[in-house]
Write a protein that binds this ligand. Structure first.
Ligand code: FES
Ligand SMILES: [Fe+2]
Length: 428
């Protein structure tokens, strides 16, 4: 059967074919449908509670095009507000982060406090007797909930964050179990733009196929510094976690500050890493302890959160701007109780591979942007091919890492399910 070029996905397992229409990465009308069916409805990651540890600490974010303000209130509770003045709509906070007792709106001087209450209105009596400050506090998004310190909001009424996270909960639990003292987001934020459709970022993260060709420079570097390179990716497991979430878990050549020593680190640091590993095994048992210490996890929580727990741990948030452009914001999350030497090595690891000037991120961005440029040929060459591994799946054999698009297919199936259409002709 030949695909109809208006279909979003051409899924023909009998022919071992799974093709995604390249226009799904370029079409602005489809992009608007993605906003109304996905970004305006699902749970979205906003930030981590450890970014704002003290009352009055705040950060501002743009999520699904809305300006948001996350503040730790007087009672210690983290609250997300829509960063818009109840007077004439202006942003009430224009800074990326800080600590404040009050948020004075710069436009006409209305003043809100750190608990979202409106405290001062210049010329208040002129609004008449029916005006009430208590009814004009900072507005909140319809839904907010946290899991293991990860704060999510939704612009729809929802009460089901744990259900929504589904199998991804286990991986947030594993991450937070990395240290007895807990994990915290480290100061410093990576902010970069990528000229690629937002779907390319999660698909890049769960795509084991690109690792060897794209990151060859990093692998050469690892080899030069003495890492064992016989089987670069081994003991792997790819899992579909429900609701569009996926994880790729594997052992890799690099050391992990969480519990896998590395030939290039000092004896002192490797002893600290070993101590971490032993503590994990003692506290959580040999299986889970070893798994947390040794194995890497690339986790996608649909649609906008990516956590790569590899040689460092990065949290990435994707904000779709247009069909062909996204903003990416990334942070490092790390145990609060690292000795200083280990903290320094962890930071270097994080920057070397995951930083915007590191070995991986620029190469991944280049790969995504080059695909995006190629997607402009969607009229002549409509299909991106994600069929790798179907034949082996049907035969019942597990494919090797780098030999399957299994999770990419799971991602696009979930995406199409949320969109609720299968063909461009169904767009409103
Ligand atoms: S818009 Fe904020 S005080 Fe007028
Ligand atoms: Fe990559």
């Amino acid at each position: 059967m030949n695909p109809d070029s208006n279909q979003l996905i051409f899924d023909q397992p009998d022919d071992h074919q799974y093709l995604v229409n390249k226009r799904t990465f370029t079409d602005e009308e489809l992009f608007e449908a993605e906003y109304s069916q996905i970004y305006d409805k699902l749970w979205l990651y906003v930030g981590h509670e450890t970014e704002i540890p003290k009352p009055g600490d705040f950060v501002t974010r743009t999520i699904a095009r809305r300006p948001l303000l996350l503040v730790r209130g007087s009672d210690g509770h983290v609250q997300v507000y829509l960063n818009t003045c109840t007077h004439n709509g202006s942003l009430v906070c224009r800074e990326p982060a800080g600590n404040r007792d009050f948020f004075p709106c710069a436009y006409h001087g209305w003043v809100f406090d750190r608990d979202g209450e409106l405290k001062e209105v210049p010329g208040e009596s002129a609004f008449g007797p029916q005006f009430s400050k208590s009814a004009n506090g900072l507005p909140t998004p319809p839904s907010q909930a946290s899991y293991q310190g990860f704060v999510f909001i939704s612009f729809a009424e929802r009460g089901d964050l744990p259900d929504y996270l589904a199998g991804a909960k286990e991986y947030l639990d594993i991450l937070s179990a990395s240290s007895t003292d807990g994990m915290k987001v480290m100061p410093g934020t990576h902010i970069y733009g990528t000229s690629a459709n937002w779907k390319m970022l999660p698909v890049n993260v769960i795509d084991g196929n690109h690792f060897l060709p794209t990151h060859v420079t990093y692998l050469q570097y690892l080899q030069e510094r003495g890492s064992e390179m016989k089987h670069p990716i081994r003991d792997f497991h790819e899992s579909v976690l429900g609701n569009g979430h996926t994880v790729f878990e594997y052992e890799a050549p690099w050391g992990r500050p969480q519990g896998k020593p590395d030939a290039s680190w000092s004896d002192e640091v490797n002893a600290q890493v070993e101590a971490r590993r032993e503590e994990l095994i003692e506290r959580l048992g040999p299986e889970l302890g070893d798994r947390i210490a040794r194995k890497n996890r690339n986790l996608v929580i649909f649609p906008n959160l990516i956590i790569n727990d590899i040689m460092g741990v990065t949290i990435r948030l994707a904000e779709p701007v247009s069909a062909g452009y996204m903003d990416v914001t990334a942070w490092q999350i790390a145990p609060t109780d690292d000795p200083p030497e280990l903290a320094q090595v962890r930071n270097e690891q994080f920057l070397t591979f995951l930083g915007p000037g590191g070995f991986a991120t620029p190469d991944d961005i280049e790969g995504m942007e080059a695909s995006q440029r190629g997607f402009a040929t969607y009229r002549e060459v409509p299909w991106a091919n994600y069929s790798k591994g179907i034949a082996a799946e049907i035969a019942g054999g597990l494919t090797n890492p780098g030999e399957s698009d299994f999770m990419t297919r799971a991602f696009f199936n979930a995406w199409q399910g949320y969109l609720g259409i299968t063909n461009f002709s169904e767009l409103p």
